[in-house]
Design a protein around this ligand. Structure first.
Ligand code: NAD
Length: 478
């Protein structure tokens, strides 16, 4: 079999030990890998590379397109960029796939039947990293949800479910509050879901959905969600399945993919041959599936399950009465190697097919008819009541662009606000054309000019558009 080139980083802390253990197992199982090793993490950060990765490593990654990565240590102190966030975004790794599986009764958990895969969108949402301080009191972080990004992650979730013989895909959103952003995610889920009649579909508002997942994870199968919810919920899912030390993760893009353990570099456990290599090993099983070496993936996974079942456990999952022997990293790897070719006797065995190898996923192009109909002007103002502000702005309104409403932290305060509403120094003033007809950008510029001439401080503007006649902005209620 032809060898597949991959890039490997041994990382920091327990990273080198768990990576050696993992690669020894893959080698013994017959994985055909042509390994390029790169240095990332603490040493690179401390040499002054603020993102923890150097050009030569990027070059290797972009050539092999497959990255098996041990955890790294991000040095304390400001200015260092998260290597994971940088890698995901730079290589377009839009899907984070995190299985959370119970190995009861061999690993303790309250949820013996749990077998969930969280599919987290990896590039968008509040992780765009666009934040601003706008006034003395107010800071903002932009939540960006895009249609192509959502289409890719939702389709990936359904394709994953189909090729892994999963029965149901659940979507978690908060579209009762974020009607446009999370609303888009849910709409795309409904539309794309129709192309998968063989798979059951379900939607939960993320708060109650997360609570149900924590209480009865056996009722969930594949769960797809935007970035921030996925970040939080996938850690909870891994923890309640037994241990974060057992969970692997895949970051998938159309060009490249990265595989890792979900835990960090556990520096206090480093160099003692005690760390559990299972998270990285299960990450590497996903890598073998991805590159089409499915027989090897199956052999490694089944040998590992058999080892867990035999009670050969590292300290983190060792449990008196259930475990048989407490072993170190190397000894655990040797036990898995001696179990290669065997299948588990109690836990379900795995079987992988050639079709599990990755298919690239694309999004559609849609062009709506976009019309400019108004503007939200945000002011930094601390000189009085909403009524006073409203009356001053009414005087400024242009013929075409009339003040419609003022909100503070999204709550309507003018006209007819409540005196009880707490107001900060951050005001959104909405100007719309009464008859809904389009306006010109120059109308907004004239309004802007008049407002600053009246000594108001504008901190930003947000143009209001309709798309095919539908407002592309949230309505103000109250
Ligand atoms: P951590 O996951 O490294 O460790 C938390 C605790 O979990 C450890 O003290 C240890 O008791 C246990 N643990 C974790 N992995 C284990 C394993 N394989 N075997 C046995 N026990 C294990 O989290 P942390 O202490 O918050 O972070 C340490 C460093 O790791 C930080 O610098 C952080 O930035 C980094 N980190 C890196 C990644 C990554 O590279 N993907 C992810 C998370 C954290």
């Amino acid at each position: 079999m032809k060898k597949t080139p991959i890039t490997v980083a041994y990382g920091d802390g327990i990273g080198p030990e768990i990576m050696s253990a993992t690669l020894n197992i893959l080698d013994a199982a017959g994985a055909q890998l042509d390994i390029e090793t790169v240095e990332i993490g603490e040493k690179v950060y401390l040499r002054g590379g603020m993102s923890g990765i150097e050009p030569s490593a990027w070059e290797s990654l972009r050539r092999t397109k497959v990255f098996l990565k041990a955890p790294i240590t991000t040095p304390q102190g400001g200015g260092y960029k998260s290597l994971n966030v940088t890698t995901r975004k730079a290589l377009g790794l839009y899907a984070n796939v995190r299985p959370a599986v119970s190995y009861y009764p061999f690993v303790q958990t309250k949820h013996p039947e749990m077998n969930v895969v969280i599919i987290r969108e990896n590039e968008e949402d509040l992780y765009a990293g666009i934040e601003h301080r706008q006034t003395n009191d107010v800071y903002q972080c932009l939540k960006l949800i895009t249609r192509p990004g959502t289409e890719k992650i939702v389709r990936y979730a359904f394709e994953y479910a189909r090729s892994n013989k999963r029965k149901k895909v659940t979507c978690f959103v908060k579209d009762n509050i974020m009607k446009l952003t999370d609303g888009l995610f849910n709409k795309v889920f409904e539309t794309i879901g129709q192309e998968y009649p063989d798979i059951e579909k379900e939607m939960w508002i993320v708060d109650i959905g997360a609570a149900k997942l924590a209480a009865s994870p056996e009722n969930f199968d594949v769960v797809v969600m935007p970035n921030l919810y996925g970040d939080i919920i996938s850690d909870i899912a891994a923890q309640i399945s037994g241990s974060v030390g057992l969970a692997g993760s895949a970051n998938i893009g159309n060009h490249c993919a990265m595989f890792e353990a979900i835990h960090g570099s556990a520096p206090r456990r480093a160099g003692q041959n005690i760390a559990n290599p299972s998270g990285l090993l299960l990450g590497s099983v996903m890598m073998l599936q991805h590159i089409g070496q499915v027989e090897v993936a199956e052999r490694v996974h089944n040998g590992w399950l058999r080892t867990i079942e035999e009670g050969i456990h590292t300290y983190d999952i060792y449990n008196e009465g259930v475990s048989k022997s407490k072993v170190g990293t190397k000894e655990f790897a040797n036990a898995v190697i001696s179990n290669l070719g065997k299948i588990p006797e109690t836990l379900p065995s795995v079987s992988y097919k050639k079709t599990d190898a990755f298919k690239s996923i694309s999004s559609t192009k849609v062009k709506a008819d976009k019309k400019l109909v108004g503007v939200d002007i945000f002011l930094d103002w601390d000189n009085g009541s909403p009524e006073q502000l409203g009356r001053q702005l009414e005087l400024i309104s242009l013929g075409k662009l009339a003040l419609q409403v003022i909100t503070n932290r999204g709550v309507k305060v003018y006209p007819d606000g409540f005196p009880e509403t707490f107001c900060t120094d951050h005001w959104r003033c909405r100007f719309l054309r009464d008859d809904g007809q389009p306006i010109l950008e120059s109308d907004i510029v004239s309004l802007y000019q008049k407002i600053i001439e009246t000594d108001f401080q504008i901190i930003k503007t947000e143009n209001l558009y309709t798309f095919d006649g539908e407002p592309g902005y949230s309505a103000v209620h109250g």
